[in-house]
Design a binder for this molecule. Sequence first.
Ligand code: XMP
Length: 602
Amino acid sequence: MPDKIAVIDFGGQYAHLIATKVREAGVYAEILEPDHDVELLRSYKGLILSGSPALSSQDEFAMNGDIFTGGVPILGFCFGHQEIAKFHGGKIEHKGQEYGRSVLRITAESPLFEGLSKEETVWMSHGDAVVSPGDMEEIGVSVSPDGKIQRYSALQHMPLKHFGLQFHPEVDDTPNGKKMIENFVLKICSCRKSWTQKTILDTIENSLGKNTLHKKVVMLVSGGVDSTVAAVLLGKFLPSENLHFIHIDTGLMRENESAEVISLFERQGLLNSMEFIDASRKFLSKLEGISDPEEKRKIIGDTFVEVSQDLIENSSEDESFVLGQGTIYPDRIETGGSKHANRIKTHHNRVPLIEEMIKEGRVVEPIKDLYKKEVRDLGSNLGIPSEFLKRHPFPGPGLGVRCVCSDGLVENNEFEKVKKSLATIHRGAFKLGAIPIKSVGVKGDLRSYEFTATVCSEKYDLSEGSIFANVVFRFAKGVNRVLWMFGLKELPEFKPRRAYITPDRLQLLRKADKKANDLLLKHRVYEEIWQMPVIMLPVKVNGLDAEIIVLRPVRSERGMTARPYFLSENFMREMDVSLKETGSHLLAFDLSSKPPATIEWE
Ligand code: XMP
């Protein structure tokens, strides 16, 4: 059993980042809730308390104080730092806000800072601060860019091996944060470096051997990185006669997607165990005449379950098959696990039917404890080509949620209000308008479904455009997305147009998606971005039917938040030329960050 570190999750996005960094130091880390059983917590070699969006006084996040006397080394970041200081009699006050870069000035010896300079750049993001350290020793102060010194930014209590850091060592903006985490897990907690590719593979082999060696395993493979790596692992450790992979073409796939999956399985020697089903007619006929995004998602999800259930029933004579899935660690934690993580969506691997099978011990998930990067490394070790492993994420419902539909009607009152509110915004060099199409966003952790503003300007400058988009988000009502209309000097009036998912629209979207992705490779920017949904919007312009093709390239931290990635003017021009060849379509760039927009439009 490898040595383990527990990361206590007080919410926000930090816990997974911390666990990732611990694992990069070669030590296995798991995410646990603050109210986890204290006896169980004592079986870990060390604990790391995460930051939190909560203020330090909120009881909701309280953990059982007994853990502080349990003899387990503890390190806290930000909120976690304040919790440790409180235990030691320190005082926290809502003052001393620091956001962004600061310098940590190390003021005393600490094993946490071994191998570091006397001054280190660190990343701060806090409103509360420790104002008296109780019986902890100050080991560092922080100096903000304007020279202000903040006391007690790093504290320790050597006898109990407790350490607290006000800043965030887990983010890349703290360049030597990794070293501090390494010092904690390897030197202070004395963990062995035992989380390696070999231990990962051994752990997976053991878990598969125990549960599934003699059982039939049925697994749906989409062509995504996770399900492919999971399938290849099953192929490595289980007898091939027990494996039954199914690939369903929903008709909502990208160009050549199914052909590529089949070719990859052939190269991996798994093609004999694979069944290919073309269910595109079924999916498309169920989506006829549907425009509401949630309804579309539900139909696609239900049809998936329906088609796979039919297949599974037909493919296994006995009831005792096990379902294989490519679930990875964050999917598991975000849907079922953490009370405090924002529940953005229920992952398709955790719908009620599957939860029931998990309870019965009938689900096998070889990569359920791994992060994406670990899955990619493992895939590479297993001989899966790197072009495949580096592919951008693609959502389960596929192009179904990127082919935006409309009943051709718009709640006029509502749309007029949006236009009125946009009219009050000072626009400088920009033209500002709106399109009668809504999309999904996230405001204050809640789903929003609102209209889209459009901007254009003489000069192509997406960076200025995104600054202006933020002004729009601040002042406009009923808007959660802003589009830069490429190549336009004036904004035409966009009218709604009735359009649903049809083979023709999908074909156009598929072509645009392929062209846009080819351009990402050609311009060598593919690896700089997290993903680039290509979306189509039905509108009428000057009485003529048109589609707006939207490019939505983003940089992102695990898809939870996102910022637009600015494409060059040449890129957009090449894309525009290619679109004009296929019809009179307009090209747009999505300037919205997440929040308030989501990455996908639906
Ligand atoms: P949003 O649109 O919520 O997307 O900002 C965040 C990330 O999740 C992906 N996504 C999905 N992935 N099934 C999936 O497997 C889905 O239903 C789904 N919806 C969104 C999205 O592509 C982005 O990476």
